[in-house]
Ligand binder design. Sequence first.
Ligand SMILES: [Zn+2]
Length: 252
Amino acid sequence: MRWFVVGHCLVTAACGPKAPPSAAAAPAVVPEPESGATPSRYDALEPLPSAAGLPVPPDVTATEVERPDLPPIDVLPDDFEHGGSEREASDIDMVVLHTIGGPACVDGEIQFGDPGRDAVFWRDWFTTQGGKSIHYIIGRDGDIAQQRPELRTAGHVSFGGVKPNVNKRSIGIELINRGNGEDPFPEPQLLATIALLQDITSRRQLDRSAVWAHSDLDTRMQDPPCEDHPRNVDPGAAFPMQRIKAALTAPE
Ligand SMILES: [Zn+2]
């Protein structure tokens, strides 16, 4: 199941989502889906060249703060029955960043997949998953979709050894990216990420210390035979965490 479990936690065994049916037996290279067919989770896979969790800088000094516009957010209908549990605004003191693509242990080898698609596609995919959920998804074009309201919990971090009760206290954001530390994050996606984080941290009166990389919260290793590799590396070394943090309010 590690395979279905690709990705951040959305897709890792640890985090636990299930892959679309067509991805159940995904080969190393997945052909393009036929027109009208359910697309597989990845268009292709490649071995992990190198990847490591990106340490969150202890602090960042910004001389000029970016203030990009927040793109419109695609939300589900008012009568959509969301999962998760209700929570109070005062419960929220963390935001966790993920990438949707890998790693997955396939035949003893770490692989990452190209998620492809846009934010609405993956938001709709998440709504079909029982165990995995997220609050927001940000596409490569800066498109944003909401899968779950902020005042409901989502299941996106399955390890409490670094910070307890992460799902109860956090807002999860999934970035469409391979997460292998090399796949670049396009500028529109980064601007949308900054805008959404500024919006959330402003509304919730949080500072940049509230923003976490998933890899810093779930420090476990993969299950055998990939036990020498971290279970989570997202959002990864290609994600400019320092730039993102510089755009947020400094801790007092
Ligand atoms: Zn993750």
